[in-house]
Design a protein around this ligand. Structure first.
Ligand code: IVH
Length: 731
């Protein structure tokens, strides 16, 4: 890429001319400075646009840095180019400079923390003493989950959202109004006739586990670093310069507190929460009134037990005195209210010994190192396995090639820190270096598959030139581990969802040669009827379970196309991408044909594949590779004889937008960006991320910027959201 960039000034010149350029290098290179500067501007602006707006970087971080540095050097040394180079937009500026500031008229304070039951008892007693309450005087609290997201203050004037600010330094937050407007749970207008004229509602912005997983799937498909946890992803999504990116991330919001209020709609904490709900906010359904320490602790433990099933991260429970008059009397101590307490869940970290490292071979052949630990209790659960991610992680190198843990490697025999966060797989976080045995040796990662002995390699990404962090077995389906894992994936809940065919049964049937590939699942009943060794005579099966299994299999002979695609287990194709493909191609045959034609990277089919929003080259290449494999072809032929994939909400062809290319820009107010996209695609339109001559319609919401200018330049039809609804005949 860089070579190509610097080579450009010589492009199109004859050999003689090039020779003379090289001979008079200094003079010529100086005359080319302006051209280079112009190209720098173009490339940097385009790289920024692709990175920040389309989530699809075209440069590696180091390439980008070189170009930025080159621009700085040129700007410093060539005063004649200074104004030209000022044209480089500052999209990549530091976050702190990204947003305007908003002063919180009521500061956004934090909560005092408690870790033990005793702390909670002390808290209740302290309050009673302060208020001079006798032990029999009733004292009621609200008890609610402490959401692990980021707090946001929303200001409504006369029922209309006027600003949204992050917590910042408690007194001054960042202005994220445009982004907050794209969050579905944040009303633009408050319902109900009793909304105070000035009404500042505060609460937590967060992401569900499922949405977090989908975002990371997209990040990885676009070749970007995945987010470490839902809170980071939520913060990264809210603090975006382009509201379109925020809109594409399904952020959620729970209201639980307030700032400035011109009138109070209630006199209790729970009354305020009820009022917020009637204004149109989501409030946490696990909020409860409790009137003794015992009830507080019982609620805390109930929420802790249910924690993994909530679908979003929480890190404790918050108790608040319910009566607002009492809250006022209690007031604040330094930065936290005396009337509230955050009862945190126990630390999710523990220290133990790494006894061994085992390599588990995944469905795509990835060699996944698993730490075998001396069992230890982490946050109430016994942990004996934890992930070590990959070879580089063990060596002390992060996903970006930079050292992690100060470059300390992880060795068998080490004393390690284990982290268990929410319901995710525990991981080895750190090494206690002081306790490293003197005779320990660096771990040598295998270069052959421990299951089938095929070579295990780290592929080099041709575009970034970087090695993939994952080492993969090259054995494909001759590797029994891969074959089994693919089968398990095929029958899993979000794929074919075949009840009665869990992991263990798959292993049993695979090991005995009864099911070698997905197609065999559907011929099992017929083979069983003919066979001598019937499944129903096996130990642990029984005739009812076999009968149920066969009817579960029968029920899946027709299946939604997106599930079918997802079930195939192509690398990088998660549920979201599978749905995109299903919607775009309509039928499996269309996808298959396109994927085969796309083997030629210069083909239209490849261009079409990569033009589907959300599908980058990494994903496109994975699809092409999958359909290139002969054994996958055979498997698909066999499978399609048994199973019929059903198109999902096929794109329509007789709508006013069918076949048109649409770009959505600015913040949409009546639908999320994903909804808009899905709707357009359902109506047969193609949705693009940027405006070009091929664009037919630009739907622009408030805050639309350069895309709108481009649309005008290309004379593209521009409309607002209402115009769009009118055009497609909705509303
Ligand atoms: S009440 C004046 N309630 O915890 C107290 N905070 O350390 C206002 N949080 O910054 C906060 N869930 O981001 C409250 N149900 C809840 C909460 C909650 C999460 C966060 C919030 C705040 C931090 C306090």
């Amino acid at each position: 890429m860089l070579f190509e960039f610097f080579h450009k000034p010589l492009e199109g010149l004859s050999y003689e001319k090039k020779k003379s350029v090289v001979q008079n290098f200094d003079r010529h290179i100086l005359s080319h400075f302006e051209g280079i500067a112009k190209r720098l501007i173009d490339v940097i602006n385009e790289a920024d646009r692709r990175y920040y707006i389309e989530d699809a970087p075209i440069l590696s971080d180091s390439e980008y840095d070189i170009l930025r540095r080159a621009a700085v050097i040129l700007r410093r040394n060539r005063s004649d180019l200074r104004s030209l180079l000022a044209d480089i937009k500052n999209v990549g500026a530091k976050p702190s400079e990204k947003f305007g500031k908003i002063l919180h008229r009521v500061p956004m304070l934090s909560l005092a923390n408690a870790f033990t039951d005793g702390d909670v008892k002390d808290f209740a007693e302290r309050i009673r003493r302060f208020l001079q309450f006798k032990s029999e005087t009733p004292l009621v609290f609200t008890s609610e989950p402490k959401i692990d997201g980021l707090s946001l203050s929303l200001r409504y004037e006369y029922g209309k959202l006027v600003s949204a600010a992050t917590r910042g330094d408690r007194y001054v937050g960042e202005d994220v109004t445009a982004n907050a407007r794209t969050v579905h749970d944040i009303p633009q207008h408050l319902k109900d006739g009793h909304v105070p004229d000035i009404c500042e509602v505060r609460g937590e912005v967060y992401l569900s586990h499922a949405d977090f997983a989908a975002i990371n799937e997209r990040q990885e498909a676009a070749g970007k670093q995945p987010f470490a946890n839902p809170r980071n992803a939520a913060a990264g999504s809210l603090r975006q310069l382009d509201p379109a990116i925020t809109a594409s991330r399904p952020l959620r919001f729970f209201a639980y507190a307030w700032g400035e209020m011109s009138a109070m709609p209630a006199s209790t904490q729970h009354g305020m929460i009820d009022a917020f709900r009637s204004f149109g906010f989501k409030t946490n359904p696990l909020t409860k009134l409790v009137s003794s320490v015992e009830e507080m602790l019982a609620h805390y433990h109930a929420i802790e037990t249910d924690r993994a099933n909530l679908g979003y991260d929480i890190d404790g429970v918050v108790y608040k005195v319910d009566d607002l008059l009492l809250q006022e009397r209690l007031g604040f101590v330094s930065r936290s209210p005396r009337w509230a307490l955050a009862h945190k869940f126990p630390a999710q970290q523990a220290v133990t010994v790494l006894e061994d490292i085992e390599i588990f071979v995944g469905r795509t052949g990835s060699l996944n190192p698993v730490a075998k630990l001396k069992p230890v209790t982490v946050g109430g659960v016994v942990v004996s396995n934890a992930t070590l991610h990959n070879e580089d992680y063990i060596r002390g190198i992060g996903g970006d090639g930079q050292p992690i843990r100060n470059g300390v490697d992880i060795r068998i025999g080490d004393t390690v820190v284990v982290l268990r966060a929410g319901d995710v797989i525990p991981k080895v976080l750190d090494v206690v270096l002081d306790k490293r045995p003197a005779d320990s040796k660096p771990y040598v990662f295998p270069t052959r598959c421990p299951v089938c002995d095929s070579h295990a390699v780290r592929e080099v990404n041709p575009r970034t030139g970087r090695e993939d962090s994952v080492r993969r077995c090259t054995g494909g389906l001759i590797c029994s581990a891969q074959a089994r894992e693919r089968l398990k994936h095929f029958v899993s809940r979000n794929a074919f969802d075949i009840e009665g065919l869990g992991g263990q049964r798959i292993e049993e049937l695979y090991d005995e040669g009864l099911i070698k590939g997905p197609q065999d699942i559907f011929t099992l009943e017929a083979r069983n009827a003919r066979g001598l060794q019937r499944l129903e005579n096996r130990e642990g099966w029984g005739s009812t379970s076999v009968k149920n299994l066969f009817s579960a299999i029968e029920a899946r002979r027709s299946i939604d196309l997106n599930r079918f695609i997802f079930a195939l287990g192509m690398p990088h194709i998660g549920e979201t991408t599978a749905r995109l493909l299903a919607r775009h191609f309509g039928t499996f045959e269309a996808l298959r044909e396109a994927a085969k034609a796309a083997a030629d990277h210069d083909s239209e089919a490849y261009a079409e594949l990569t033009s589907i929003g959300g599908i980058g080259e990494v994903v496109a290449d994975a699809i092409v590779e999958f359909f290139k494999e002969g054994h996958n072809e055979d498997m698909l032929d066999g499978l399609l004889r048994e199973v019929k994939p059903v198109p999902i909400e096929a794109a329509q062809t007789d709508t006013p937008v069918a076949g048109k290319t649409v770009v959505f820009t600015g913040s949409l107010e009546q639908m999320t960006r994903e909804e808009a996209k899905a709707m357009a695609e359902r109506l047969g339109a193609k949705v693009a991320g940027s405006v070009s001559k091929k664009t037919d319609i630009v739907v622009a919401g408030p805050g639309a910027g350069s895309k709108l200018d481009k649309a005008r330049e290309f004379d593209v039809q521009i409309m607002d959201e209402d115009g769009w609804f009118e055009l497609v005949g909705r509303k």
